[in-house]
Design a protein around this ligand. Structure first.
Ligand code: ZN
Length: 328
């Protein structure tokens, strides 16, 4: 029977799943929203459901010899679980506990940005350099770094959790992780409406803006996408807000430049990729303003929304250290 890879990218909002052959060619692909219940097991069970739908014509689950999962952090590699994620309504998401029951396979687990930076190094913007950093600006903000050709992991495998570095100690917006002042609490897609509401109420309360007025009434029906849409329509407060988060994004990326000194930074994630002009292009001048180190090339990832998924497939073929959870 044919041997296949099941790869999944479990993000804060979307789960992407692919079936690939052992050479890394994607045969089938699908995506769905992260289930909000009844409990955390629904997340890995959704991966299983998509796997079953995609693999039927290749022999189903029995054809899967490698299961490679790229997931939002933080990860607990001993448990094979996501623990206290900032952007999911669960305390612990038991990825491997569930999936191990359904496959006779080698299991690989990686932080989604570590997977994406592997993809970037082997097949994307970082192919010709030894030092590459991937940054996602999505529901949350995260990073992965390959320095001197080596993926950096740290003691718990959570190195480069850059979205939770501090960019402000005055306003103190509360992050999804519960702590204050983190980059993600200002510029992550899930946090943008809350930060915009704060500014609309406290700093720009006299501005003539439909967005500001709606935010003052509540944020329940306003998303990050709405804010970008208002900016494209010329809403004065939306434009000020985009300028404000561009400076914070620039400071965050400058921290990355000074901490890792990469040759290239590729930026992915839906907030950045759907708004390259308003996010990636507008943060660049601020990186120059804040970074001490020589600022490298900063590009939107050429791998698009699939960067973590492609990384999961490549990691299944040649697993990086500490990423193998269980072997056949
Ligand atoms: Zn945080």
């Amino acid at each position: 029977m044919v041997e296949l890879i099941l790869a999944a990218d479990i993000g804060g909002t979307v789960i992407r799943v692919a079936i690939a052959d052992l050479q890394g060619h994607i045969l089938e692909k699908a995506s769905t929203l992260v289930p909000k219940g009844p409990d955390a097991r629904a997340v890995p069970l959704k991966v299983l459901e998509l796997c079953d739908a995609l693999s039927t014509k290749y022999g189903g689950r029995r054809s899967i010899s490698k299961v490679s999962i790229a997931a939002i952090g933080p990860l607990d590699m001993t448990k094979g679980a996501i623990v206290r994620p900032a952007n999911m309504p669960y305390d612990v998401v038991p990825i491997m506990d569930v999936l191990c029951n359904y496959f006779d396979a080698t299991f690989i687990l990686l932080n989604d940005c570590n997977a994406a930076v592997i993809a970037e190094k082997r097949a994307g913007a970082g192919k010709y350099v030894d030092d590459v950093v991937y940054i996602t600006i999505s529901s949350g903000i995260g990073g992965g770094a390959i320095l001197d050709g080596k993926l950096i992991l740290g003691k718990d495998g959570n190195a480069a959790e850059i979205g939770h570095t501090v960019v402000d100690m005055n306003i103190g917006m509360v992050c999804g992780c519960g702590k204050k002042g983190h980059w993600e609490a200002y510029c992550g897609g899930n946090s943008m409406p809350k930060f915009a509401k704060f500014l609309a109420e406290n700093k720009y309360n006299n501005i003539n803006s439909t967005l500001a007025r709606r935010l003052r009434e509540g944020t329940y029906n306003i998303s990050a996408k709405d804010i970008f849409d208002y900016a494209r329509c010329g809403d004065e407060f939306a434009l000020i807000f985009i300028d404000t988060i561009s400076e914070i994004n620039g400071a965050g990326v400058a921290n990355v430049v000074d901490a890792f000194d990469p040759s290239i930074i590729s930026i992915g994630g839906s907030v950045a990729l759907n708004n390259v002009d308003l996010v990636v292009d507008k943060l660049k001048p601020f990186v120059e303003q804040y970074a001490l180190n020589r600022v490298p090339e900063i590009v939107p990832t050429p791998l698009g929304h699939d960067a973590p998924l492609i990384g999961a497939i490549l990691a299944a073929i040649d697993p990086p250290p500490k990423s193998v959870f269980k072997t056949l």
